[in-house]
Design a protein around this ligand. Structure first.
Ligand code: SAH
Length: 219
């Protein structure tokens, strides 16, 4: 007679999430284990509207209302990895949207500040993140162009809406040696995902790859 050491039953969503991480994220070269773990853990289906829940783990962006979208899982993983997140980091995100990217960051870093310009999205994301138990995410409803002055400087900044240029207040609130990832280009056209490193107070930029994000709007 022996006994079984049972692993707890996996939910359908956990299985879908494991597959998502293997096929869409690891297979495309994301290596940071903290990032992989975070994507493994955060329940993306709870960040999308009911009618899209069955597609929560598919390889694309999805509508979240008000003309906005939750980014493709791979893009979220890439943007998280490229800032080289560390457990003691304080990160600023512009474009809370559903709150998914903020949750992924919050699994890895100490503190996440996230700003959303659409009031209804801010309200919904805040309630969702609170319900999920995230205590290290602070959100606010404002124009992210100005950053979050009293909370910086930040180790890293993640911008999830496409801007025509890097907002100077964001560069200012980035720590020396810090990294910002931001899609740059015209709205509704293909943009360049850009890595901005702050060296001697100046921006050192590098184009990563073409992306398509919703526009960075102004309040
Ligand atoms: N990170 C989000 C993706 C949201 S899409 C997620 O994980 O779901 C980009 C978001 O940026 C949209 O919700 C849009 O309303 C917001 N946004 C656009 N311009 C902004 C600005 N100036 N300040 C703050 N948020 C902005």
């Amino acid at each position: 007679m022996g006994f079984w050491v049972c692993s707890p039953a996996q939910t359908v969503q956990e299985k879908q999430r494991n597959r998502m991480v293997k096929d869409q994220i690891e297979n495309r070269g994301i290596k940071d284990t903290a990032v992989l773990k975070a994507l493994q853990k955060v329940p993306r289906h709870l960040f999308v509207p009911e009618e899209y829940r069955s597609r929560a783990y598919t390889d694309g962006s999805l509508p979240i209302g008000y003309g906005q979208t939750i980014s493709q899982p791979y893009i979220v993983a890439y943007m998280t990895e490229v800032i080289r997140p560390k457990p003691d980091f304080r990160v600023l995100e512009i474009g809370t949207g559903s709150g998914y990217q903020a949750a992924v960051l919050a699994e890895i870093v100490d503190k996440v500040y996230s700003i959303e310009i659409v009031t209804q999205l801010d309200t919904a994301a805040r309630a969702r993140l609170r319900k999920m138990g995230y205590k290290n995410i602070e959100t606010k409803n404002a124009d992210g162009y100005y950053g979050w002055p009293g909370k910086g400087p930040f180790d890293a900044i993640v911008v999830t809406a496409a801007a025509e240029f890097v907002p100077p207040p964001l560069l200012e609130q980035l720590k020396e040696g810090g990294r910002m990832v931001i899609p740059i280009g015209s709205p509704f056209m293909v943009q360049q995902l850009m890595l901005v490193e702050k060296k001697d107070g100046k921006a050192k930029t590098k184009n990563l790859f073409p992306v398509r994000f919703v526009p960075f709007t102004r309040g």
